[in-house]
Design a protein. Structure first.
Length: 139
């Protein structure tokens, strides 16, 4: 299967959009969740598992699940939250326009979005977790 390639392709597709480019719009992209966060906004793409359904003796359906995490911080009370909301909408738009991830998978789509905000010192930090699924049939 192509688990690693799917994560890499999602990062590549997001980076290629002018509104999500690195480092102009997004300071850093991470493969997996970062061990140390020192720049905002950032996006991480993490593989969270796969469900395999056997359809026939020679045919399997792989459901690859990813988590796309978007975070930003600001000293202005609502700026970080507005930022991650806008980035989430752009990610949804970009990935919806390329459901096969340039032919790597048969189909993909967003499953859900969860958000969280917190105050850290003088900053508000906002984060969004986007649940994403890609399907691939293998024979």
């Amino acid at each position: 299967m192509v688990y690693r390639e799917i994560v890499e392709k999602v990062i590549e597709i997001l980076k290629s959009n002018p509104d999500l480019s690195e480092p102009e719009k997004i300071k850093r992209y991470y493969f997996g969740f970062p061990a140390k966060i020192d720049v905002y906004p950032f996006i991480s793409v993490r593989w969270v598992g796969c469900t395999i359904t056997i359809q026939t003796v020679k045919r399997r359906r792989y459901e690859v699940n990813l988590e796309i995490f978007v975070a930003d911080q600001s000293t202005v009370e609502d700026l970080a939250e507005k930022s991650v909301m806008g980035l989430t909408e752009k990610i949804d738009e970009v990935l919806s326009q390329n459901p096969t991830l340039d032919g790597l998978v048969d189909e993909s789509y967003l499953l859900g979005v969860e958000s969280e905000s917190m105050v850290m010192g003088t900053y508000t930090v906002a984060g969004v977790r986007i649940l994403f699924r890609a399907f691939k049939l293998k024979t």
